[in-house]
Design a protein around this ligand. Structure first.
Ligand code: ATP
Ligand code: MG
Length: 318
């Protein structure tokens, strides 16, 4: 069964790009994963694969960021062309999140990583519109405090992993410990390199306890970052977002690309896949991420608990 689910997902993923075939394959894969008991999907098997072969980094295959076009937007020309689909996915996420919360057995962890101005904040704002704030927890990770630095590097992240029923969003994450830490030489290579394996084991352990992990790298070009930084400088209402540190980090662009490429290639696994999302076009980025989240939640198939028996006979006193 488990293998069947995976194969069905792959088959769907590999199906022709054209509309009808792809839709048929997707719904077949959807049917298969709904037939599977949710805990088997999440615990005994990788999370079901949403149908995005171009953006999902296949485990073991690795990724070359230069091969992913940050300007991609499928057949959508303008924001309003994509708006109806985005609205649909938002509704799906809101409904499925309510079920996940009611079920109170499993959780979803989303990891967002990007260069400065890459759109992590904008993604959270746009994709989670309409979701009950009670069922979501956003954790933003900056440079570690003295207390955090005094522990193993995963300590502060583990504490913020979503509890049962919750969606957790990591705005930056444990990946900083193989990204900024490597690029800025904060620890030697003998320390950061083994972390790929530690991270894979951590995510595997989470998956075994019912946490589905999805990771998104928001892929912008260096030119797009320049435009976004300039627009922050030019707009009085955006100036507060500008930080001189962003310019310093920009100076390490190529080193960051190499670090992202290696980190993503080494840590995209069946239980915690990476998606490299074209992100120069903000509304397209939102659409891809919303779709992926909605499809993953749908395949998890969270269900409201059974109501108590005999409720039909219950009356409420005046
Ligand atoms: P925004 O700029 O939108 O507010 P941000 O995530 O860029 O969001 P900043 O306060 O600008 O927030 O930057 C946080 C900084 O913390 C980043 O430069 C990041 O590299 C750094 N950081 C995060 N985790 C670590 C870590 N584990 N070790 C060292 N630096 C880290
Ligand atoms: Mg910043």
């Amino acid at each position: 069964m488990a293998e069947e689910t995976r194969t069905a997902g792959r088959r769907a993923a590999g199906a022709a790009e054209s509309g009808q075939t792809q839709r048929a394959a997707r719904s077949a894969a959807g049917r298969r994963s709904r037939e599977t008991r949710p805990e088997q999907v999440v615990v005994a098997d990788p999370p079901p694969e949403p149908d995005y072969p171009r953006y999902r980094v296949e485990p073991g295959a690795g990724v070359r960021l230069a091969d992913v076009d940050p300007d991609e937007s499928e057949h959508f020309g303008r924001k309003k062309d994509a708006a109806p689909e985005l609205a649909r996915h938002r509704d799906r996420i809101a409904d499925l999140q309510a079920r996940l919360y009611g079920e109170n057995r499993r959780s979803l962890l989303l990891v967002l990583q990007a260069m400065d101005t890459g759109g992590k904040d904008g993604t959270i704002k746009h994709v989670f519109q309409g979701v009950n704030p009670q069922g979501c927890q956003v954790s933003s990770f900056k440079a570690p405090s003295a207390e955090e630095s005094a522990h193993d590097f995963l300590w502060r992240y583990h504490q913020r992993v979503p509890s049962r029923g919750m969606i957790g969003i990591f705005n930056r994450s444990h990946y900083e410990d193989v990204l900024v830490v490597r690029v800025k030489g904060l620890v030697p290579e003998e320390v950061w390199r083994p972390r790929y394996e530690v991270i894979n084991q951590f995510e595997q352990a989470l998956s075994l306890s019912g946490v589905t992990v999805l990771k998104f790298y928001l892929h912008i070009s260096k030119e797009e970052q320049k435009r976004r930084l300039e627009s922050r400088l030019a707009d009085p209402d955006k100036r507060w977002k500008f930080s001189a540190n962003d310019l310093r980090e920009r100076g390490y662009w190529d080193d960051y690309m190499a670090a992202f490429e290696e980190a993503i290639s080494n840590t995209s696994t069946d239980v915690a896949p990476w998606y490299v999302v074209p992100a120069n076009t903000k509304w397209y980025r939102n659409l891809v991420i919303a779709r992926t989240i909605a499809d993953t939640l749908e395949a998890m198939d969270p269900r409201y608990p059974e109501a108590e028996e005999g409720l039909d006979q219950v009356t409420v006193d005046d």
